[in-house]
Design a protein around this ligand. Structure first.
Ligand code: B12
Ligand code: SF4
Length: 450
């Protein structure tokens, strides 16, 4: 989504040809990526990455620099928000941008080609001729009116290739499109990156409808995945959006795989979402312990969480829960509280992880105080959802991972839950595809280094 937003914005500002390559989707090696960039004879190369995939940036930028010595190479995306100026070290990129990218990338291109200098771009990280990394003061302002942005450049990707992979939601193989309908989140979860700032900046309900109508016309799509951080933060926008869905007689399916802020949901909002087409949503508990909720800054009201999951599932919504084990100072009793809340809930399925701290988050700073030994030399290459083996808690490794397994086993080994999954999952005939994933979660100990 990020690079599609950037592409759409940049071509509205410059007369330019843009190509997008998704290394992950295409299973494209670093060498092949460099070859594609060189064959395209790019003048500007933007590289975005999440941290687990960012270890290739040093090789990629060096090889691009060799093949295209004059190209402007710019890094951006969540990895830069996490590692900031450090992300440039070892690379041959000219500059890097943290946070929202549209205006900053435009400013860097202008500074480079119009003879100003990278030193003039507020908040940018850049390397001077001697290879020294400089951090500019200030920050490019956030985009106030998100509706002023063009639709992301879906025309530059092969959308059908994504339909053959699993989307962010655990619903495989279907024709869908993702929409990111708001930026910024006012909550203060300690493990989270602040990519878009703390102020909620939504697209208007009307603009979301226009986007949906466009995708329906263009791709014949009726299945929409909103990957916002807090789609339900603005009650007025939520109800207006649902009302517009009816007014336009749109028969769509709505999926909320990033989750909603569950405890603030109201019953009439759930009704409105369900009648607008909601059939799958994630609900993030993270911890069943009130002390840990406070410690991690999430401050979820757990009784409200349970009540709203029940209301949504009673209306046929497939509910997937998120939970984490292994927060700094977390005890075995607190882990058991999480297992209990999960098993008591009406959630259908569960994504249960152990905590991985990312730099530039409050959690990382806490972990630096409590478990510096776990962070020393920590490599994020390929570190993913289920294979994390870091332990920041107060219990030994075997107990921590036993709780992760226990949560999965106690949650799923329940005939009533299994029947409910079959009844409510949007694609029950494809559920066997998930059996290997579930078994992997049941047996995580096998992944631990000996
Ligand atoms: C969808 C999603 C995924 C998807 C797709 C990821 C992807 N490559 O985009 C999947 C399921 C694969 C995924 C996986 C993971 N994710 Co994720 N994910 C998201 C989510 C919910 C939305 C991403 C999105 O589309 N945002 C909307 C677009 C518009 O924003 P954007 O991509 O950030 O792009 C903007 C800027 O970053 C910038 N930008 C982006 N690229 C570039 C490039 C250049 C050159 C420039 C100048 C600017 C720039 O400009 C863009 C427009 O303003 C975000 C949360 C969020 N709010 O963004 C988390 C998020 C990106 N994920 C996160 C994490 C932790 C993970 C995992 C590591 C989890 C785990 N422990 O396993 C894995 C890693 C997988 C991997 N191997 O890379 C973190 C990022 C951590 C980090 N340091 O990289 C985020 C930010 C969540 C959070 N709040 O902490 N994720
Ligand atoms: S609610 Fe989500 S986006 Fe907001 S601070 Fe918490 S984890 Fe981050």
């Amino acid at each position: 989504m990020g690079v599609m937003y950037l592409a759409a914005y940049l071509r509205s500002r410059f007369d330019t040809d843009i190509r997008i390559v998704n290394q992950r989707l295409d299973n494209c090696s670093n060498e092949d990526l460099v070859r594609q960039v060189a064959d395209f004879e790019a003048d500007v190369v933007g590289l975005g990455a999440l941290t687990p995939a960012a270890y290739g940036l040093a090789f990629i930028t060096q090889a691009i620099r060799q093949r295209l010595p004059k190209a402007l190479i710019v890094l951006g995306g969540p990895h830069i928000s996490a590692f900031q100026a450090k992300a440039l070290e070892g690379t041959m990129a000219d500059a890097a941008v943290q946070g929202e990218g549209e205006l900053a990338f435009e400013a860097i291109i202008n500074a480079h080609f119009e003879g100003g200098g990278l030193a003039d771009v507020p908040g940018a990280f850049w390397q001077d001729k001697g290879g020294e990394v400089v951090t500019n003061p200030g920050m490019v302002p956030h985009i106030e009116d998100l509706d002023s942005l063009p639709f992301p450049a879906y025309d530059l990707i092969d959308l059908s290739a994504y339909w053959r992979r699993q989307s962010l939601a655990a619903i495989p193989r279907r024709r869908y499109v993702s929409i990111f309908s708001s930026r910024g989140c006012p909550y203060g979860c300690a493990y989270c990156h602040n990519v878009f700032g703390k102020r909620f900046r939504p697209h208007s309900a009307q603009r979301i409808i226009e986007e949906i109508l466009y995708y329906r016309r263009q791709y014949g799509i009726n299945d929409i995945e909103f990957i916002d951080d807090v789609f339900n933060l603005d009650r007025k926008r939520l109800l207006e959006f649902c009302e517009l869905i009816h007014r336009h007689n749109l028969r769509i399916k709505i999926v909320l795989p990033s989750g909603v802020r569950t405890d603030i949901l109201k019953e009439d909002e759930i009704d409105a979402l369900v009648s607008a087409g909601l059939n799958f949503s994630c609900f993030a508990l993270e911890s069943g312990s009130p002390r840990i909720q406070k410690l991690i800054g999430k401050n979820l009201n757990i009784p409200n969480f349970l009540k709203n999951v029940e209301l949504a599932t009673a209306r046929g919504v497939h509910a997937n829960g998120f939970a984490m084990f292994g927060f700094p100072t977390e005890t075995e009793t607190e882990m058991q509280q999480t297992v209990d809340v999960l098993c008591r809930s009406r959630l259908h399925t569960l994504s249960c992880f152990t905590v991985i701290p990312y730099p530039n988050t409050p959690l990382y700073r806490t972990a630096m105080e409590t478990h510096p030994e776990q962070l020393a030399g920590l490599r994020y290459d390929g570190l993913g959802f289920i294979n994390g083996t870091i332990n920041l808690s107060d219990v030994p490794d075997d107990i921590l991972f036993a709780y992760q397994r226990k949560a999965n086993r106690r949650f799923y080994i329940n005939p009533i839950r299994l029947l409910r999954i079959l009844k409510d999952h949007p694609q029950p005939h494809l559920l066997p595809l998930y059996i290997p994933h579930v078994l992997q979660r049941f047996t995580k100990r096998d992944l631990l280094p000996s």
